[in-house]
Every structure is written in structure tokens, then in C-alpha cells.
Design a protein around this ligand. Sequence first.
Ligand SMILES: C[S@@+](CC[C@H](N)C(=O)[O-])C[C@H]1O[C@@H](n2cnc3c(N)ncnc32)[C@H](O)[C@@H]1O
Length: 391
Amino acid sequence: MESFKFIDLFSGIGGFHQAMVRLGGECVFASEIDKFCNAQYEKNYGMSSDINIRAVKEEDLPEFQVLCAGFPCQAFSKAGKQEGLEDKTRGTLFFEIVRILKQRHTPYIVLENVRNLVSHDHGNTWRIIQESLRELGYRTTASPLILSPHYFGIPQIRERVIILGKYDPDHIDEPLTLDFGEFKKKEDNSIYDILEEGPVDDSYYISDYEKMVLTAWDEFYNGIDLKVIGFPIWADYFKYTGDFDDLPAWKAGFIKKNIKLYEDNKEFIDKWLDKYDNLAGFTKTHHKMEWQCGTNISSVWDGVIQFRPSGIRVKNPNNFQALVAMVQIPIIGKYRRRLTVEEAARLQSFPVDDKDHPFIPDDNRQQAYKQFGNSVNVEVIRRAAEELFKQ
Ligand SMILES: C[S@@+](CC[C@H](N)C(=O)[O-])C[C@H]1O[C@@H](n2cnc3c(N)ncnc32)[C@H](O)[C@@H]1O
């Protein structure tokens, strides 16, 4: 399509907006109830998104050809077999999409959701969505379209289901055929592609305490004889002498592996525990370490690190895990610092580096991470919509 108009529902900070504008679209309506997102939308796109979609009458919407929506996932009613699809979806935010489509017969739709939507509520949610779209006259893909930024060389693993639809009631049985070419493999990506090489704001660098803890675990990894560790290291259980009977099998299994690891490496581990005073100065959750890098790297400092409630997790520097309303911002071992807001934006393909129209993130760092975490990846949506518009 050369030029078209679109509406951006549940618009957040405008991930869909970015993608559609890149394809030649013009936004004519946006709806979002989060005040912080509204402020960013206004600032970046010069238009208000401050409206609850439930309060909008479908006939009051301007004319548009594409409906975009990253709608929140909710369970549908299962009551009564005779109940129509409309009744089953009533009250949910998906219903808001249904009632607009019913009136408008919008030529194209681009919806996005978490991958779990497909299995949500034992498949009931997915089935009702598919049936509703079909009833409304939309051709969709034969199977759920799952896409992730890492398929396109963007170093973030974030699998999401993208629902594409073309209004074509006369050919409703013909599934959409899309061709994305060959997807990149996880191992082909590198986090360094989107990272700032030089210094960043001081506040992003890890603390002396964090440095000490990671140095200790790096020494540990390099001191033991095991390089592919298929279980979490639990330092508090190296010398466990308690009962196994009362423990769940998985836990007993991990403890036994930790005891064996300790016994096989007793001389080194005893010295290590001694050096770090039995980890007395470590926060409890930092007594645990999960090495999820196989033998691809040989130092904690070469990995992507997260301080999680379940322990310290080290992963390969090929990709970041999905940014989600990020509480545990990942640490880039090599740079001894956390991912910056600008880098989080790049992971979601927001144009923070664009010279003419850069995207300006929220000044509040926590808000900014959260907004990018809730957003769609712009490039994923752009690619998907580009394929859809070829139909
Ligand atoms: C998963 S986020 C979508 C983010 C967006 N696609 C982006 O790229 O930033 C879902 C959004 O729906 C919004 N929302 C929830 N109920 C709403 C309603 N009744 N009207 C408008 N927006 C709503 C939430 O505030 C949330 O930001």
C-alpha cells in the first residue's frame, strides 16, 4: 500500500505507530489509558492517545484501512454452548476490536500478543479469537504466526504471536501466505550490535559489591572441573547432610549434584569458600549461580548476567531475553554495567538514533524500561505488516 490510515489501539508508546509510519501509514486515532504512555505519545507523535477504548463509539472513529492492537490477554466466557461468539468475548478488550471490525470491515488488521495466547485457557482463547475473526470476514494464517526480533538479527529473544487479517469474506477459506525468507539463528546474533561501546552514564555501572560477587563466581567457574553445568549451583548445599526424603525429587536431585560437585572439587571449593568467608557478605540469593552458556564463553564477565530471585544467571552474549516490564535489568559482563534505556529502545527497534525524528524515551528511567518492555518490537511488526499488505 502506498499510503494508508491506521488506528493504534492499546497504543502504549507507539510500537505499532512506528512500524506503520515506516510503511507509509498515517495515524488517525490512538487509544491508551496509561498516563505516562499518553505523555510519551503526545511528545513523540504530537497527538493525544488519552482515551479509553471502551468509551469510543465505532461510528465516531475517522476513516482508516489498518487496525493495529497489542491487546491485553484475557479469558473468554465458556458458559453456554449456544452463546454466540460476541457474547463470549463481551467485556474483554478483544471485544472492543470485534465491535469496531464489525462496523468498519477494515481491510487489514495487525494484532499482537504473548506467545502463550495460543495455549491460554486450554486453547479456548485462541479458538474464539480465530472464530471471531472468521465470522467477521477475515482471512488469517493457517497456523499461529510466531515471530521474534532475533529471527531478524535483532539480539532479543521475544517470541510473540502476531495475528494478521485481511478482510475477504468471499475467500475466507484461503489462508494468508507469508514469506519471511530464512530466519536468523539465535547463535548468529550478537548483543554488541546494539550496545554502546564507549562510556555511558555513571549510574549504569555495577556497584563494588556486585563486582565482588561476580568476581567470586567467575573464580568459581574457572576453578572447578565442570564446564557445562546443567544444574544451578547452590553454595549452601555443598556440605548438605540433611534428609532427602522430605524434599521434592527435583530439589533432591540438584542438591545431590551440588554435593558431588563439591566432593569432586573439594580442595578448590574449600579455598574459595575460605577466601569469601563462606559467602557471609553475600545476599542470600547470590549464593546461587546458574551457568547457561555451555562452553561458548569461559568467564562470567563475557556473559549477560541477571541478578534474579532464583540466583545469578549467566547467559550467552548472543541475545538478551525478552524485555518485560523489566525489574532485573540485564548486566553486560564485558562492560561491567546494565543495559541503558537507549539500548533497551534499540532492542525494541525504536529509532532513538534517528537524526531527523529520534524517539525520545521517558525521562523517568524505570518508566522508560517498563514502556519498552510492554511495547512491541517495531521491526517485527513492520516485517509482518509488509507481508500482509502484499496479499
Ligand atoms: C501490551 S500493552 C501494548 C503496548 C503497545 N502496543 C506499544 O507498542 O507500546 C497494552 C496496553 O493496553 C492499555 N490498555 C488497557 N486497557 C485499555 C483500555 N480500556 N483502553 C485503552 N488502552 C488500554 C494498557 O495501559 C497497556 O499499555
